[in-house]
Design a protein around this ligand. Structure first.
Ligand code: ZN
Ligand code: ZN
Length: 197
C-alpha cells in the first residue's frame, strides 16, 4: 500500500489502530476537518458523540483526544458514520456525517472475505479495491465526503468520579454506583452476576 501517501496524523492513527483501512481513513478525514475548527482535546473540553464503534472511532480518539478513558467519547449504537463534536468552551456543536460512497460493489466480496470464502484471485482483487477506496477517502475533497452541520444540543454530562467500595465477596474495589446488594452484602456487579446467573 505504499502508493498511499501517509502524513503525520494518518501515520499516528495507523500506529494506534494497527492497520490502514477504509474505516480508519473515514475517521482521519473527520478528525482533520474538526482540527481546523477546534484544538485537540487535552482534557474534556471537546466531546465526541460517535454513532458507531467501527475503525473510524480510533482515528478520532488518537487525533482529537476524545477518548473512552477520559469520558469525552460517548458511544451511541446507531450504526452510522456520524460524529457530533461539542465544544464546552464555545458551547456549540458540529455534526459530521460521512456520506462518501464506501462499498457499493464491494459488499458481496467483503462479506465473503470476512467469512474466509474468497479464492486467492478474489482476495487480491478485494484487497486492491480496498486500498483504492482507502486512497480515495484520504484524497477526496471535504465536501464530497462530509456533510457538516451546526447543531444545537445540550452539553453532555461530564465524566464523574464516584467513591470506591470493597466487594464483600471478591474483596476487589469497585465504583459505588455499580454496586449491588445480595444476601445483605454489598457486592460488585461481576459477583452479582455470578450469583444470579
Ligand atoms: Zn480498521
Ligand atoms: Zn466482587
Amino acid at each position: 500500500m505504499d502508493e498511499i501517501s501517509i502524513d503525520t496524523d494518518l501515520g499516528k492513527a495507523v500506529e494506534f489502530h494497527g492497520h490502514l483501512c477504509p474505516g480508519l481513513a473515514i475517521g482521519y478525514r473527520v478528525a482533520r476537518y474538526v482540527k481546523e475548527h477546534y484544538p485537540r482535546s487535552e482534557d474534556e473540553e471537546l466531546v465526541c458523540i460517535a454513532e458507531n464503534n467501527s475503525c473510524s472511532v480510533d482515528a478520532v480518539q488518537e487525533l482529537l483526544g476524545c477518548t473512552f478513558g477520559k469520558g469525552n467519547l460517548i458511544y451511541r449504537d446507531n450504526g452510522k458514520q456520524v460524529f457530533t463534536f461539542f465544544s464546552r468552551k464555545e458551547g456549540r456543536a458540529m455534526r459530521i456525517y460521512f456520506k462518501g460512497d464506501l462499498s457499493g460493489s464491494m459488499d458481496d466480496l467483503r462479506a465473503r472475505y470476512f467469512k474466509g470464502d474468497l479464492s486467492e484471485k478474489e482476495k487480491t482483487e478485494f484487497e486492491a479495491m480496498r486500498s483504492q477506496v482507502t486512497e480515495h477517502i484520504i484524497k477526496a475533497a471535504d465536501d464530497e465526503l462530509l456533510h457538516v452541520s451546526e447543531v444545537d444540543i445540550p452539553a453532555p454530562q461530564k465524566a464523574r468520579i464516584y467513591p470506591s467500595l470493597q466487594c464483600q465477596v471478591c474483596k476487589e474495589g469497585f465504583m459505588e454506583i455499580c454496586g449491588r446488594t445480595a444476601n445483605g452484602k454489598t457486592i460488585c456487579k461481576e459477583c452479582f452476576q455470578k450469583i444470579t446467573g
